[in-house]
Design a protein around this ligand. Structure first.
Ligand code: SF4
Ligand code: SF4
Length: 401
């Protein structure tokens, strides 16, 4: 059978879904790529380049490169603002899709020239391949058959409002790492939301929402240590006079290059081993962090111009619904369990099951999970996992041995 007569449906248009779609199309397999929101690229399409005097290997540009591949590939059919409603397996998968009522955020609307669907190349990480919030088709459904299904629906960032003592939403200069990305992308450098000035004293608070017993989130999000360090390096490169402090529990070592990178960054960034308890407002929109530093052994406080919360990776908001529709179980941490595990997704101290390869946790042959839908992972790890999951799908389809 010609490979092109094989069809795979992929749920999720973030980096894992894009990578899987591209890898399948390269083997002449048709792909239906279904994305709930109005644009492709997921969270990572909003990430900015963190190069200083050299590339920091953050992976953000890989997302845009992959987008360019996908939007120009005729074998990949993209469905935006579309959700799965029903999945049944007989000889093939029968999937019912429905138009979602999600609206395009203002930040993306301004990139739409015609007000309708746009497809093209982006610069400076602007989303590309977006559609407007055309309400005409809202609620309409369509039926698709596919030979295999890959679920790559990604993650949700931790909601910083749940850590109310940090004052996110109350104090303008308390921001998240994602806010920091947006500020740098829009302004070319880090400026304070309150006055547009470059902050001189910046604090990063690690493990916000992760490794938190009170929240029941015991897992390490794995990416926020290297992410925050790269960001801190970018800010320092842009403003060498800035004093940057990172408050942490442990530093998550990721990859063989990391120890060298960490040693280098320690020359410019101050590391304090404690997690601040409270953030209070000061005059001129300054912020006071109160903490119990390990080396000092007593409560202390320190003023900062800007505080960045390194929010963790949480299960996607629709995970339970997806689990009900697809039959894929949810693990102890709330992520989708592996149908095929290809990379190390050691998402939790208490959840070891997720890192174990298994052929079909969902007990449905031909149904796979890729990327951060099953646990925290970096852009590079998500891409690698998606590539391997696509390979497993091809083996299932008899395209690969
Ligand atoms: S986006 Fe990241 S990986 Fe790409 S050039 Fe910039 S620093 Fe390097
Ligand atoms: S990578 Fe792990 S240790 Fe580092 S900030 Fe994130 S949750 Fe904390």
């Amino acid at each position: 059978m010609d490979n092109q007569t094989k069809k795979v449906l992929i749920l999720g248009g973030g980096i894992a879904g894009l990578t899987a779609a591209w890898e399948l199309s390269r083997q002449n397999i048709s792909v239906e790529l279904v994305e709930k929101s109005c644009f492709l690229g997921g969270h990572a399409i909003g990430f900015t380049c963190k190069a200083t005097d050299k590339c920091q290997q953050c992976g953000a540009c890989s997302v845009e490169d992959m987008l360019k591949n996908v939007v120009n590939e005729p074998l990949i059919n993209v469905h935006l603002r579309t959700e799965i409603k029903e999945l049944k397996k007989a000889a093939q998968f029968n999937i019912m899709l429905t138009q979602s009522d999600i609206e395009l955020p203002d930040s993306q609307i301004k990139n739409l020239s015609s007000g309708k669907a746009a497809k093209g190349f982006s610069k400076y990480n602007n989303p590309l391949y977006v559609t407007d919030s055309d309400k005409d088709n809202m609620g309409s459904s369509c039926q698709i058959t596919a030979d295999a299904v890959i679920v790559a629906t990604g993650y949700s960032p931790f909601d910083p409002n749940r850590k109310s003592t940090y004052g996110y939403g109350n104090w303008k200069n308390v921001i998240t790492g994602l806010d920091l990305e947006n500020i740098i992308r829009e302004n070319g450098s880090l400026v304070r939301p309150s006055d547009g000035q470059k902050p001189q004293k910046v604090a990063f608070i690690q493990c916000v929402g992760s490794r938190d017993e009170r929240l029941g989130n015991l897992w390490c999000s794995e990416v926020c240590c290297p992410y925050a360090m790269r960001m801190a390096g970018t800010v320092k490169h842009d403003n060498p006079n800035a004093e940057i402090t990172m408050f942490y529990i442990d530093i998550q070592n990721s990859g063989k290059e990391f120890p060298v990178f960490y040693e280098k960054i320690k020359q410019n960034i101050r590391f304090v081993r404690t997690i601040p308890v409270d953030v209070y407002p000061l005059e001129n929109d300054g912020l006071e962090l109160r903490h119990m530093a390990e080396e000092e052994g007593s409560p202390s406080s320190e003023p900062f111009d800007l505080v960045v919360l390194s929010v963790g990776i949480m299960p996607g908001k629709d995970t339970v619904k997806l689990s009900e529709v697809t039959g894929i179980p949810v693990n102890e941490d709330g992520f989708l369990d592996n149908a095929i595990s290809c990379c190390s997704f050691s998402s939790s101290a208490k959840s070891t099951q997720a890192s174990q390869p298994s052929t079909s946790a969902a007990s449905i042959a031909g149904l796979f999970v890729a990327g951060t839908a099953k646990g925290p992972a970096s852009i590079a790890a998500s891409m690698a996992d998606a590539g391997k999951t696509a390979f497993e799908a091809m083996k299932y389809l008899g395209v690969m041995k």
